[in-house]
Design a protein around this ligand. Structure first.
Ligand code: SF4
Length: 250
């Protein structure tokens, strides 16, 4: 894959950012399981298709039946968990709503809470540059969302009950967008999506499945800013994602 030098320079990967054969040889078959009782993406999509625009939506309508706009409004006004108390605003997601790739992160940080958009600041800039290196942008072929839509105070880890309350929103986003590939950014997103407590280092070298959609796990851009040598691994993960996507979209 051609990689524009300015981008590699931005990522601090020149001159040695060379993909190794081992990075592709290590792709294993589907392993992940989502044991959640929430309806599958395919089933939810059928429900959506079977429910025209005139479907009467109310505050009682289950999340897995909401269309995009009502889902967005539901999130904006959500009080399902304690994180609503200290947020500035919810962070629903951003990007191409017909994206073939969906990137999933953990939760908003301080900048995201202030601006209402995921992955802003230096981590966002790095993510944008990584996407550009594979010919994508957050508005072209990519949608970005977090598992958690409100900032945990002090950037603490989201708690189990907060994940349980918020995850249906992400599931519905996935069901509506119907990405062909999911990239989990960081340990928390990967463990939440794949329902596992495995380490990110063990997860990132395999291809997983979420509701029949391939999932690639890679490092969170904020982590990469603190751990520069692992940028090379993140590039290998993106290359793996690109290969899988090309295979499934043939
Ligand atoms: S974190 Fe999610 S479930 Fe909790 S209040 Fe925010 S939108 Fe609602």
């Amino acid at each position: 894959m051609s990689r524009p030098d300015p981008i590699l320079e931005e990522l601090g990967l020149l001159p040695v950012w060379v993909r190794r054969a081992a990075d592709t040889a290590n792709v294993a078959g589907p392993v992940a399981v989502d044991s959640s009782p929430i309806t599958s993406i395919e089933a939810q999509t059928k429900e959506l298709e079977a429910t025209p625009g005139s479907f009467p939506v109310s505050s009682e309508t289950p999340i897995n039946l909401l269309d995009w706009d009502t889902l967005k409004a539901r999130v904006a006004n959500c009080t399902r968990c304690r994180l609503c108390e200290k947020r500035t605003q919810t962070v629903f997601g951003t990007g191409d709503e017909k994206a073939s790739w969906m990137l999933v992160g953990e939760a908003p940080g301080a900048n995201e809470d202030r601006l209402g958009e995921p992955f802003v600041g230096q981590a966002g800039k790095l993510l944008d540059n990584m996407l550009r290196a594979v010919g994508r942008t957050r508005n072209n072929g990519v949608y970005i969302a977090n598992v958690i839509k409100c900032r945990p105070p002090g950037n603490r880890d989201p708690q189990f009950d907060e994940v349980a309350q918020c995850e249906p929103y992400l599931k519905r986003q996935l069901a509506i967008i119907r990405p062909q590939l999911i990239i989990a950014l960081g340990r928390f997103a990967a463990q939440s999506l794949l329902k596992t407590d495995a380490s990110i280092s063990s997860l990132r070298t395999r291809v997983h499945q979420y509701e029949g959609v391939p999932v690639i796990v890679t490092y969170h851009p904020a982590y990469l800013l603190r751990n520069l040598p692992d940028k090379a691994k993140a590039w290998a993960d993106l290359c793996r994602a690109q290969e899988i996507y090309q295979e499934i979209s043939r």
